[in-house]
Design a protein around this ligand. Structure first.
Ligand SMILES: Cc1cc2nc3c(=O)[nH]c(=O)nc-3n(C[C@H](O)[C@H](O)[C@H](O)COP(=O)(O)OP(=O)(O)OC[C@H]3O[C@@H](n4cnc5c(N)ncnc54)[C@H](O)[C@@H]3O)c2cc1C
Length: 449
C-alpha cells in the first residue's frame, strides 16, 4: 500500500550564498571557511548544539592518535584547540595525552565561535528534502514544528555525515563494506561519576591497565557481558571522579539511516550500559561507587552513506600516497574500522579489509606517511551546486576509516567552504572553479598542503 504526499507551496524564507547542512566538524569548517571569504552563510543543524559526534557522542579526545607522533593539527581545528584551551584549560582533566575537550563547554565555545565569525546557525533544522531545478538544488527543505521551510543558496554543502542532502538530490552512494553493506557498529557513549580518581591516576594510568585486563577477560569469555566489544577506550578522568567518556556499547549490523535499526541500536546499547555498570562495580577497584552520569543524546556512527563523487579515494591511493593536482587535504596515514559484524578474532591488520574484524593501523612515533584527498572527492557525480564534506565524501569503505577522523573532516569542510566561495565569486559551478586558486586560498587559511 502507498499514500500520496500532497505537493505544498512553501515560501523561501532565506537566501544565502553558501548553505551548510550539518554542524559537525565538517560543517563548522565549511561555514567558517566560507564566512571568512565574505560569503553570506547559514548553517542548518538538526540538534540544538554544534559539534556533531564530538559533542553528541562525547568524542572529546578526538585527536589522541596524533599524540606522540610527528604530526600536529593545523587550520581551523588547531585554532579551535588553542582557543578552547586558552579559555577552558584542560577542563579538570587529569589524564595525560593530547588535547581533550569537555563536550559541554565545547558546545558553548562553538556557539561563540560562530557568532564571532559571522556564521549564523539555525538549530532544530532537520533537512530531509530538496527542490531540484535544471540539475541544481533550488531549495533545501527544513522540517520544523510549523511545517516545511525552504532555504535557497548559490551553493549547498552537505556536511550531514550521512549524505542526507545528496541522497535527497538523488546522488548515488555506497554504504558499508562491499560484501554485505554493513557499516561500523553504532556506539552509544556514556559518562560515569564517582570513580576513585586519586587511585586510578596515582602511579601511572590505571585506566589503561583496566582496559588491558578487560580485553583479556572478554576474549577468554570471563566477563559474561553481552556486548561484543573487547577494547575499552576511556576518555577524560576528572579530579572530581567523572569518567567522560566510555566508548563501549556497540550495536552491529545497523543501517544508520533506518529509524527501525536506530531504535534497535539505542535500546541494545542502553542494555549493555546497564550490564557494564554492574560488571565494573563488582570487578574493578576504583569503580565500586560509580553512578551513571549521562548517556550521549544519540547513538553515534563512524560511517554511513558515502556519496559517489568525481573521484573515489581508495586504500591504494592512501598506501601509495598518490599525488593529486587538486589535493585539498593532506592527512597522516591511518585506518580505524571497528568490525562491521562483531567479529573479534582479527589481528587488526589492513589486509583483512574489515572482513576479519577491526582494522587498527595507527601512526607510530617515527611514521611520517601521509595521504592526499583530491577536491573531486567532494564533488558529487550529479547536482551542479552541491559539495559534500566530512565522513560522507567519496571514498571506499576502508579509505573512509582513514578520513573519518574529526580533524580530517574539518579539513575537508574548510576546503568545501572555500570552494563554494570561489564558485560564488566566479559565478561558476563548483566543478569548474580554478583549483590552483582553491589550494592557495586554503594555504592562506593555514592548511598545510
Ligand atoms: C563512538 C565514536 C567514536 C569516535 N572516535 C573518534 C576518535 O577518537 N577520533 C576521531 O578523530 N574520530 C572519531 N570518531 C569519528 C568522528 O567522530 C566522525 O567521523 C566525525 O565526527 C565526522 O564528522 P562530520 O562532520 O562528517 O559528521 P558528524 O560528526 O556526524 O556531524 C554531522 C552533523 O550533521 C547533523 N545532521 C545530520 N543529519 C542532518 C540533517 N538531515 N539535517 C540537519 N542536520 C543534520 C548532525 O546532527 C551532526 O551535528 C568517532 C565516532 C564515533 C561514533
Amino acid at each position: 500500500m502507498t499514500v500520496i504526499i500532497k505537493p505544498k507551496e512553501v515560501n523561501i524564507s532565506r537566501e544565502v550564498d553558501v548553505l551548510v547542512v550539518g554542524g559537525g566538524p565538517a560543517g563548522i569548517g565549511a561555514a567558517v571557511s566560507a564566512a571568512r571569504l565574505g560569503m553570506s552563510t547559514l548553517l542548518l543543524e538538526k540538534r540544538g548544539f554544534l559539534g556533531g559526534n564530538i559533542t553528541a557522542c562525547y568524542v572529546e579526545n578526538c585527536n589522541w592518535f596524533l599524540a606522540g607522533t610527528k604530526f600536529s593539527t593545523h587550520g581551523l581545528y588547531a585554532e579551535i584547540e588553542d582557543g578552547y584551551r586558552l579559555e577552558y584549560g584542560r577542563s579538570h582533566d587529569i589524564r595525560d595525552s593530547g588535547n581533550r575537550f569537555s563536550s559541554e563547554y565545547l558546545r558553548i565555545y562553538l556557539d561563540e565561535l560562530m557568532e564571532k565569525e559571522g556564521a549564523p546557525v539555525l538549530f532544530h533544522a532537520f533537512v530531509n528534502d530538496v527542490v531540484m531545478e535544471d540539475g541544481r538544488i533550488r531549495a533545501v527543505i527544513i522540517q520544523t514544528k510549523q511545517g516545511p521551510e525552504a532555504v535557497s543558496a548559490a551553493v549547498v554543502i552537505d556536511a550531514t555525515g550521512d549524505g542526507d542532502v545528496a541522497f535527497a538530490a538523488g546522488v548515488p552512494f555506497k554504504q558499508g563494506r562491499d560484501k554485505d553493506g554493513y557499516c561500523q557498529p553504532g556506539t552509544l557513549n556514556f559518562r560515569i561519576a564517582g570513580v576513585d580518581a586519586r587511585y586510578l591516576s596515582e602511579n601511572g594510568d590505571k585506566l589503561k591497565d583496566i582496559g588491558r585486563k578487560f580485553e583479556k577477560d572478554y576474549l577468554s569469555g570471563r566477563t559474561g557481558l553481552e556486548c561484543k566489544r573487547k577494547d575499552l577506550p576511556f576518555g577524560r578522568l576528572t579530579r572530581a571522579g567523572m569518567l567522560s567518556y566510555i566508548n563501549y556499547p556497540c550495536s552491529y549490523k545497523i543501517d544508520p539511516t533506518s529509524s527501525a535499526d536506530l531504535s534497535r541500536g539505542e535500546r541494545e546499547c542502553r542494555r549493555y550500559i546497564k550490564q557494564f555498570m554492574n560488571y565494573m562495580r563488582n570487578n574493578f577497584h576504583g569503580f565500586e561507587g560509580i553512578e551513571l552520569a549521562s548517556i550521549a543524546p544519540e547513538i553515534g556512527f563512524r560511517d554511513s552513506r558515502r556519496i559517489e563523487g568525481k573521484y573515489c579515494l581508495s586504500r591504494q591511493d592512501i598506501e601509495a600516497d598518490r599525488q593529486f593536482e587538486d589535493a585539498i587535504c593532506v592527512f597522516p596515514r591511518m585506518y580505524d574500522m571497528l568490525s562491521p559484524d562483531g567479529t573479534m578474532t582479527g589481528d587488526g591488520a589492513l589486509e583483512g579489509e574489515g572482513n576479519r574484524g577491526h582494522i587498527f593501523v595507527h601512526i607510530t612515533g617515527d611514521d611520517d606517511r601521509t595521504f592526499q584527498v583530491p577536491y573531486r572527492c567532494l564533488l558529487p557525480v550529479k547536482t551542479a551546486n552541491l559539495l559534500v564534506a566530512g565522513r560522507c565524501i567519496s571514498a571506499t569503505h576502508v579509505a573512509e576509516s582513514g578520513i573519518r577522523a574529526v580533524f580530517a573532516c574539518m579539513l575537508t569542510g574548510q576546503a568545501a567552504g572555500a570552494a563554494a566561495a570561489l564558485a560564488v565569486n566566479s559565478k561558476l559551478p563548483p566543478e569548474k572553479i580554478d583549483v590552483k586558486k582553491l589550494r592557495e586560498t586554503l594555504k592562506a587559511q593555514g592548511l598545510r598542503l
